[in-house]
Design a protein around this ligand. Structure first.
Ligand code: ATP
Ligand code: TZP
Ligand code: MG
Ligand code: MG
Length: 271
């Protein structure tokens, strides 16, 4: 993927300031809203079936995140998702904790059967567990394995007929035919809860301004990873607490020129 193409997306995002509707979990709500604002998008958090269709319709993207799911919220997600589908609004799905309990696995499958999703973003275990494979998961966190993760992203994209953004030490984005790898990021992201969830919403912000969702996903992953690298280098960062604050600053300060210079993207080896 061409670097200039990826880096130009951030300017477009900031100019358009898209409204991103998030039906998300109670752990990450504030962090997600602040991260989207810092980047240049406009967040709204919504949780009622009464307004779900209307809110999805006026948004640039809809993010469904099942981190602290319950039946009324699942109902809300499906109403919002159907409205987004009707109005051609991209839907980004984060199957948080799929595989940890039967309720989470079944709910992820139900959402995917009722809503047409543009991109699924999850860790390796979540992606495996929603695509008919089994991968151990510890609550919401992936347990490491020697399996071929690029190949998993590709086979999941094929099985689920959508784009899959599978994240971890390296990130993979696949449409079932082509799979890209993104190497930007920093291990300290694993010490702050919600960094995966915020990334899913950032994917929503890029998808709101770029209809090629592979390109949008790569734009989101590289921007996010480079912002984390920049934050981790700051003198004031002494651990996860100060990193979280510095990361919000870097999402705000990152420039398209930095993305062009530092993005580390290439074709993945899926064998
Ligand atoms: P998990 O619960 O397994 O941590 P998650 O939903 O929090 O999953 P991650 O896979 O941690 O999502 O991805 C969030 C961000 O952290 C992504 O930008 C990813 O590239 C980055 N990341 C995760 N692990 C590492 C690592 N070891 N080194 C560098 N970046 C990482
Ligand atoms: N428990 C339920 S949702 C959640 C936790 C800890 C947040 C998960 O966020 P992330 O981005 O997957 O680390
Ligand atoms: Mg993580
Ligand atoms: Mg997660």
């Amino acid at each position: 993927m061409e670097k200039p193409k990826i880096s130009s997306l951030l300017d477009r995002l900031r100019k358009n300031n898209p409204l991103i509707c998030n039906i998300t979990n109670m752990v990450v709500t504030n962090f997600t809203a602040n991260g989207l604002l810092a980047l240049g998008a406009s967040p709204v958090m919504s949780n009622s079936p009464e307004e779900a269709a209307e809110m999805a319709k006026i948004s640039g993207a809809l993010v469904l995140n099942m981190g602290t799911l319950h039946p009324r919220q699942v109902e809300t997600m499906i109403i919002a998702g159907r409205s987004a589908n009707l109005h051609n609004i991209p839907v980004i799905f984060d199957p948080v904790g799929a595989g940890a309990t039967a309720y989470r696995t079944e709910t992820a499958k139900k959402i995917l059967s009722e809503v047409c999703v543009s991109v699924i973003r999850g860790n390796a275990a979540e992606i495996a567990n929603i695509s008919g494979e089994h991968w151990e998961i510890k609550g919401v966190d992936a347990v490491s394995s020697n399996r071929n993760i690029a190949g998993l992203a590709k086979s999941a994209a094929n099985k689920l007929h959508t784009i899959v953004a599978l994240t971890g030490k390296e990130d993979f984005v696949s449409n079932g035919e082509i799979t890209y790898a993104n190497y930007n990021g920093h291990p300290i992201l694993t010490c702050v809860t919600g960094t995966g969830c915020l990334l899913t919403s950032v994917l929503g912000a890029f998808s709101a301004v770029e209809p090629d969702f592979m390109l949008a996903s790569l734009g989101a992953l590289t921007t996010y990873g480079i912002a984390a690298e920049n934050a981790a280098k700051k003198e004031a960062v002494m651990g996860p607490g100060s990193f979280q604050t510095a990361f919000l600053d870097e999402l705000h300060n990152i420039s398209p020129a930095e993305i062009e210079k530092y993005s580390s993207v290439g074709l993945a080896d899926e064998e």
